[in-house]
Design a binder for this molecule. Structure first.
Ligand code: 13P
Length: 248
C-alpha cells in the first residue's frame, strides 16, 4: 500500500520568525501522523526548520535544485547540498517553468541529478488554462512526464499533478477529473518503466480542508502538494488528519 503524503510548499513566504512559528505549530499538530508529512520552506530556513523537526517523522524538502555538484553557479544550490538537509525536492513546479524558464531539459537534468544524490524528487506536471481549453491536458501531462523521465528513475519519485489554472485561485479542479489524470499518470509511469504501483501521486492546486477529502479518497490520488493552506499550521494539520482518516 502506498503511504499517503501531504507536502507543504511554502514558496517565497515566511520571515525567520514566521518560519519558526509555523514549523513549531506543525510539529505540535502533525508529528504523530501515519501520513508522510513534508515541509518545503525557502532554502534560507531549511536548517532552522530541520532543527525544529528533529526527532519527529516530519520530512524536509527543498523547492528546487540545480543539477551540477559544485562550482561557479552563483545563487544555485546543488543536489548534494540539499541532500545534507532534505529527503525531498520539488522539481518542475509550474512557477519555475513559467517564471524562471525551467525547460523540459532543465527539469530532466534536475530530476536525474536529484535522484543520483539520493533525493526523492516531487515532480510537478500540469496543464495551463489554454491547454486545458484546447483539450490538450493529457498530451501536456504525458509530454512533461516523458521529458522528465526519459529513463526509468533509479530511485523513488513522487509525481504531483498540479493544473496551473487551479493554483492559487481558491477553486480546485474537480476531484474526479484529477483522478482521471492521476490514473493516466500512473499508466504513463508504467509505460516509462517506473514502479507505478508504488509511486505516490499527489494533487495540487487550491487544496483546502473543505475539499481535500474528495481528492484523497480517489484511488490514484495519494495526497497533496499544498501552497497557501500550508502556511497555516492548523489548516495544514487538518489536511494531514483528513489524509490519515481517509486512507487508513
Ligand atoms: P495553492 O495551494 O496555493 O493553490 O498552491 C499550489 C501549489 O502550487 C503547490 O505547489
Amino acid at each position: 500500500m502506498r503511504r499517503p503524503l501531504v507536502a507543504g510548499n511554502w514558496k517565497m513566504n515566511t520571515s525567520y520568525a514566521e518560519a519558526q512559528a509555523l514549523a513549531q505549530g506543525i510539529r505540535e499538530r502533525a508529528s504523530a501522523s501515519p501520513v508522510e508529512v513534508v515541509l518545503c520552506p525557502p532554502f534560507v530556513w531549511l536548517d532552522l526548520v530541520r532543527r525544529i523537526l528533529a526527532d519527529t517523522d516530519i520530512a524536509l524538502g527543498a523547492q528546487d535544485v540545480f543539477w551540477e555538484d559544485h562550482g561557479p553557479y552563483t545563487g544555485e544550490v546543488s543536489p548534494a547540498q540539499v541532500r545534507e538537509l532534505c529527503k525531498y525536492v520539488i522539481v518542475g513546479h509550474s512557477e519555475r517553468r513559467t517564471l524562471f524558464n525551467d525547460t523540459y531539459e532543465a527539469v530532466r537534468k534536475k530530476c536525474s541529478a536529484a535522484i543520483a544524490a539520493g533525493l526523492v524528487p516531487i515532480l510537478a506536471v500540469g496543464e495551463d488554462a489554454a491547454e486545458r481549453e484546447s483539450g490538450r491536458t493529457e498530451e501536456v501531462v504525458c509530454a512533461e512526464l516523458a521529458a522528465a523521465l526519459p529513463e526509468p528513475p533509479s530511485g523513488p519519485i513522487v509525481v504531483a499533478y498540479e493544473p496551473i489554472w487551479a493554483i492559487g485561485r481558491g477553486y480546485p479542479a474537480d476531484p474526479e477529473e484529477a483522478q482521471r489524470i492521476a490514473r493516466l499518470i500512473r499508466s504513463q509511469l508504467a509505460q516509462l518503466g517506473c514502479d507505478d504501483e508504488n509511486t505516490p501521486i499527489l494533487y495540487g492546486g487550491s487544496v483546502s480542508a473543505a475539499t481535500f477529502e474528495g481528492f484523497v479518497s480517489q484511488p490514484d490520488i495519494d495526497g497533496a502538494l499544498v501552497g497557501s493552506a500550508s502556511l497555516d499550521a492548523e489548516q495544514f494539520a487538518l489536511l494531514v488528519e483528513i489524509a490519515s482518516r481517509t486512507q487508513f
